[in-house]
Design a protein around this ligand. Structure first.
Ligand SMILES: [Zn+2]
Length: 251
């Protein structure tokens, strides 16, 4: 398969991008990965890195208080998600000049772009968010709030822990099984009470169910656990690991 991503290193910053998304002329996007010479990235430092890469001021980069929920925040002129104490795991905007980001270290980051209505969204989908269908809820919110149609949307699914390394037990597999009748296509039982699941593909399936065209869904099939030089991984490095940020903006 042809490689569908590029990694850029410039002025000490390093990020991954999807060329198909770069062709959409009214947006900019970036999956900020592990920086070469830096210690662990915290949220504030990541915002600075995002601002440098996108040539913005730090205040123009918006994050959300992520809690593995299925809550979706819609930005408008007065309201900033970062000023809210509530938990959200996806946000949507039609404002230009504000970059919206989600922070991950193994969980699945997803960027959505409605090419017709010019709306963008950033989604954090770990196993809990996946089981709660946060991605589908974000697509629905884009439709309800802005009249977006799934067939006009392009998705970029960023690096996350791969099926190779994402071993889960009953606690994860049972709610997933109940939710997705296609789960067996994306899970392999390795031993008693141990399964390996493919979170990226389950999220892809959710997008297809919602009406996105499969050809408009771009998955970067890199496992965060397998490439310690490129990515942080919660599973590999523990709770103290750094974070990465998937970010999208309307120019
Ligand atoms: Zn792996």
């Amino acid at each position: 398969m042809k490689q569908n991503y590029i990694i850029t290193e410039l002025n000490g910053n390093r990020w991954l991008s999807i060329p198909i998304l770069d062709k959409i002329d009214f947006i900019r996007h970036s999956f900020i990965i592990k920086q070469k010479n830096s210690a662990v990235e915290a949220n504030g430092a990541l915002k600075e890195t995002a601002a440098r890469i996108l040539n913005l001021e730090k205040w123009q980069v918006e994050t959300i208080n992520q809690t593995h929920s299925d809550a979706v925040f819609v930005h408008n002129e007065e309201c900033r998600a970062s000023e809210s104490d509530e938990g959200f795991d996806a946000h949507i905007t039609n404002n230009s000049g504000i970059a919206i980001g989600v922070v991950t270290a193994d969980c699945v980051p997803v960027l959505l772009i409605d090419r017709k209505k010019r709306i963008v969204a950033a989604v954090h989908s770990g196993w809990r968010g996946t089981a709660k269908r946060i991605l589908q809820k974000t697509v629905k919110k884009m439709s309800d709030s802005f009249g977006s149609k799934p067939e006009d949307m392009i998705a970029g699914i960023g690096p996350s822990i791969g099926q190779c390394c994402y071993e889960v037990d009953e606690k994860v597999i049972e709610p997933m099984k109940r939710e997705f009748d296609y789960l067996n296509r994306f899970s392999i039982q390795k031993k008693e009470n141990k399964w390996h699941i493919d979170l990226q593909m389950i999220n892809r399936e959710q997008l297809i169910e919602t009406g996105l065209k499969p050809t408009n869904i771009n998955i970067v099939s890199l496992c965060t656990f397998c490439y310690p030089d490129l990515f942080y991984s919660y599973r590999r490095d523990g709770a103290g690991t750094g974070r990465m940020m998937a970010v999208v903006m309307i120019k």
